[in-house]
Design a protein around this ligand. Structure first.
Ligand code: MN
Length: 262
């Protein structure tokens, strides 16, 4: 916490894929990520692919952001085809950061690749290429579809039972890790969001940061409230460390949603 605000770490993407790994390695992240965190009352900082344990100490909460595919070896599969493209350095670093962060039990929010990664880190599997394996096209910055949320989920409480989201993902969850509960589905049955059953960890397959505040173009709801909610949750955990052992997470989520105009 700094000046009463929680510090929110964000994983950075890199220039590995656009440059085929040639040339100096650089970090990058769409500004809509850090803007959504700042608007929600957090202090955004980018991970620099160094010192994962220290980074986990500095941060009160962590966002696993979007990016390239998750390596199939992480869930004991071989690469399905040439559309599966990974960033091996980021993959290794993100796993180290996850391991360090999990020990602290601080809140984590996964977005797109982050949603897939967390599922794999907790023991789940993925469709490597949903077009080839399922015949579904969910991969375009211009594509939107409806999702249906489950009762009492964060998404349902914030945005309702059915609403439109963007769809910019090459992979999708196949087997959901047993510690998670699916909280939103596409019409085909793709898991578009989940929440951890006991830890302050949740994820969306869609990209709320690309539809938040000034990035919301009116085709969808403004998704800033999910960032506001994550930052309130992070603040709650930072200010009351005893929550880690004793909290009724479902009640806390409801309380945070109902007592603030997120
Ligand atoms: Mn989708």
């Amino acid at each position: 916490m700094i000046n009463g605000k929680p510090v929110i770490g964000l994983t950075a993407t890199t220039n590995y894929l656009p440059t085929n790994g040639e040339g100096p390695r650089m970090l990058a992240l769409r500004i809509c990520n850090t803007l959504a965190v700042a608007k929600g009352g957090g202090v955004p900082i980018l991970s620099g692919e160094q010192c994962p344990e220290d980074f986990a100490q500095i941060c009160d909460g962590l966002i696993f952001t979007g990016g390239p595919d998750v390596p199939p070896e992480f869930y004991d599969e071989k690469k399905l085809n040439e559309t599966v493209r990974c960033d091996p350095i980021r993959d290794v670093y993100d796993k180290r950061l996850f391991d360090a962060f999990l020990k602290t039990e601080k809140p984590i929010f996964g977005i797109c690749r982050g949603c897939q990664q967390l599922n794999v880190f907790f023991g789940g599997t993925l469709y490597q290429d949903i077009v080839e394996q399922c015949g579904w096209i969910h991969y375009s910055p211009h594509l939107f579809h409806y999702i249906t949320t489950t009762e009492d989920s964060i998404l349902c409480q914030l945005f309702g039972e059915r609403f439109k989201v963007n769809s910019f993902h090459h992979q999708a969850i196949k087997d959901l890790a047993s510690c998670f509960k699916a909280t939103a589905y596409s019409v085909e049955g793709i898991i578009e969001a989940y929440e951890h059953k006991s830890l302050p960890v949740f994820a969306t397959q869609f990209h709320p940061e690309m539809m938040a505040t000034e990035y919301c173009d009116g085709r969808t709801a403004d998704f800033q409230p999910i960032f506001n909610f994550f930052i309130r949750l992070t603040k709650e955990y930072a200010e009351r460390p005893q929550l880690r052992n004793s909290v009724d997470l479902a009640e806390l989520k409801k309380y945070l949603i109902n007592t603030h105009s997120v």
